[in-house]
Design a protein around this ligand. Structure first.
Ligand code: HEC
Length: 157
């Protein structure tokens, strides 16, 4: 496990490399129901869904109303999914969840609700097709990801 953590640190500079090296750490989740593996897979989908919208926001990709709305709706449907996998017995390696997830459940719940609300708002603004309306709501989604990570996500353990 220590080796994996080192690889992550070293290769964080190397962007894409990290993905390959991480997968070569090759740990099997032997815990019943595999909650850590399942929630991580959903968070990865969060990222994959947010990234193309972020590219549009930064002017690196042309804005297409239908496509953007579809991505916002995808994020909306994902937004409620990871939380049920934070079960009481799911604080095991290689999770990055901080103890606060289990020690401050009300705050963790509130961070989820903020994020879900921000995602719902983004879907509404995406329906307007107006980038000036969308922009602050997309920023609100990113902010709610970040806020939760600051309190509840740390280094792998
Ligand atoms: C309510 C809290 C919360 C919100 C909101 C949240 N995350 Fe996370 N996220 C976490 C926690 C906790 C982990 C660590 C999970 C683990 O390792 O067990 C995590 C892990 C991740 C990971 C790493 C997955 C992996 O393979 O290790 C990614 C990527 C991620 N989140 C992206 C996002 C994005 C993008 C958003 C917003 C669209 C978001 N998260 C919103 C709490 C949150």
């Amino acid at each position: 496990m220590k080796k994996c953590a080192e690889i992550i640190k070293l290769s964080s500079i190397a962007g894409l490399m990290m993905v390959f090296m991480l997968s070569s750490c090759g740990q099997t989740d032997t815990h019943p129901g595999q909650p850590v593996t399942k929630r991580k897979a959903i968070f990865k989908q969060f990222l994959r869904t947010v990234e193309p919208m972020g590219q549009v926001m930064r002017g690196r990709k042309p804005y297409n109303q239908a496509e953007f709305l579809q991505q916002a709706m995808k994020l909306q449907s994902l937004s409620t999914q990871p939380w049920k996998y934070f079960t009481p017995d799911s604080n095991y390696s290689p999770t990055r969840a901080k103890p606060d997830v289990w020690d401050k459940p009300a705050q963790f719940k509130q961070a989820q609700q903020k994020f879900i609300a921000a995602t719902n708002k983004l879907v509404s603004s995406a329906q307007t097709g107006n980038l000036d309306v969308i922009r602050p709501d997309f920023a609100g989604v990113e902010q709610s990801c970040k806020a939760c990570h600051q309190q509840f996500r740390g280094i792998p353990h």
